[in-house]
Design a protein around this ligand. Structure first.
Ligand code: SF4
Ligand code: SF4
Length: 132
């Protein structure tokens, strides 16, 4: 994601490139009303590059990330990226300005966005979609 938490005044839905509809013609929600791409049962959902790691403070590097051999990932907890913040029905990223490249490059309204939103809908409905 993709969603905003520590950048008041910015909203992914209003940023350039934000799509009104996906390839199927379905409307794309405001990211802060969605958060689907930050839900992840897969512990490798959010890879962290060396540059991503360097953007984090020393304490964040320890608390937020974990290593598998020489590969680094954001930690997950409860099926969500550890940085996903929920306030009521609104979602945000606690490290929005320092979020990893995979989150910066994620295309709102793109194919992955559609898949992640569908996966979350099925998960909330009690189905067991493949981990994302
Ligand atoms: S760091 Fe986590 S919460 Fe933030 S945008 Fe990336 S996946 Fe979402
Ligand atoms: S899945 Fe798409 S609409 Fe939802 S938060 Fe991520 S980028 Fe935004």
């Amino acid at each position: 994601m993709r969603v905003v938490h520590d950048a008041p005044g910015r909203d992914r839905a209003t940023e350039p490139g934000g799509a009104e509809a996906d390839a199927a013609g379905d409307p794309v929600p405001d990211c802060q009303d969605c958060g689907a791409c930050c839900f992840a049962d897969n512990p490798g959902h959010v890879p962290v590059t060396g540059d991503d790691f360097e953007r984090l403070g020393p304490e964040e590097q320890t608390i937020l990330t974990r290593f598998e051999a020489n590969r680094c990932f954001m930690r997950t907890a409860g099926g969500r990226c550890i940085n996903l913040v929920q306030e009521g029905a609104r979602f945000g990223c606690a490290i929005y300005l320092r979020r990893p490249a995979v989150c910066r490059d994620y295309e709102r309204g793109g194919a992955a966005c559609s898949v992640d939103r569908e996966r979350l809908i099925r998960r909330l409905a009690g189905e067991n979609p493949s981990p994302g």
